[in-house]
Write a protein that binds this ligand. Structure first.
Ligand code: MF3
Ligand code: CO
Ligand code: CO
Length: 251
């Protein structure tokens, strides 16, 4: 069931979104070649806790990190590890959710480490732009399929592949709520958007196939051909007018 939030609930959730955004940009500022993903995760963890919030991913279904950190062909759900070392030229996807005052904010971004290939830059740019194409459609009266279709059309037009196996979601007191928010679909289909709905739009985009594989660690999802992938995510609140991006550093 889709939980529509009251104005008071939205304003509490905005705070969680703001902390999630601050934590993500802190993560971006902290990435250095030579650092392990475990070290980066620790920086993220300590930042979130310093704000009086909790990393929602820690312990979720047994996940051992405070953020998912995924390098290059790794798309999502990378487990922070002392053995995974970030190097110059990598692209690093950081996906983190925080809980504050009982409410969640979820966001993700793929960061370039130093100078990266033109190919990597283009993939990151198109994936981020696809997120904003989706956000533009996130207005009351539209349907989920309008968001999904906008993301899909933009990525495919640019020669990329939309992952089907993992999708966006509603969010609120729980990190994952109804409705499902796929990055592919038909306009005019799916649940109708109403003011007070809060959803995560999160294009997960591959450079050479829509297929993914899960590594033997049972978490890390990789581009099936081993080529680059990217992930951007914001938590959005539906209104009668412009959608509110809840995961911004300042409101
Ligand atoms: N933040 C992820 C999402 O966008 C979920 C995290 S999976 C976890 O839905 F296992 F790390 F919690
Ligand atoms: Co996320
Ligand atoms: Co999400």
């Amino acid at each position: 069931m889709i939980q529509v939030k009251s104005a008071e609930e939205i304003s509490r959730m905005m705070k969680a979104g703001e902390i999630a955004a601050q934590a993500l940009s802190h993560a971006g500022r902290s990435i250095r070649p030579g650092m392990s993903t475990w070290e980066l995760d620790k920086i993220i963890h300590d930042f979130i806790v310093s704000k009086g919030a909790r990393p929602s991913s820690l312990g979720y279904c047994g996940f051992t990190g405070s953020a998912c950190i995924s390098i290059n062909e790794e798309l999502i759900h990378g487990i922070p590890s002392k053995k995974k070392i970030i190097k110059e030229g990598d692209i690093v996807s950081v996906d983190l959710t925080v809980e504050y005052d009982g409410w969640n904010g979820d966001n993700a971004r793929t960061f370039a480490v130093g100078e990266v290939s033109d190919e990597a830059k283009r993939l990151m740019k198109i994936t981020e732009e696809a997120l904003y194409e989706g956000i533009k459609m996130a207005v009351a009266g539209n349907r989920i399929g309008d968001i999904s279709n906008a993301v899909q059309t933009y990525c495919e037009k640019n020669g990329y592949f939309v992952v089907r196996k993992y999708i966006g979601h509603g969010i609120g007191k729980d990190m994952h709520e109804d409705p499902e928010v796929p990055n592919y679909g038909k306009p005019g289909r799916g649940p109708r958007l109403v003011p007070g709905m809060t959803i995560c739009i999160e294009p997960m985009i591959n450079s050479s196939t829509a297929d993914v594989k899960v590594l033997p660690d049972k978490w890390t999802v990789v581009e099936a051909n081993g080529n680059l992938s990217a992930h951007f995510e914001h938590t959005i609140c539906i209104t009668n007018g412009e959608p509110i991006i809840m995961t911004l550093e300042k409101h």
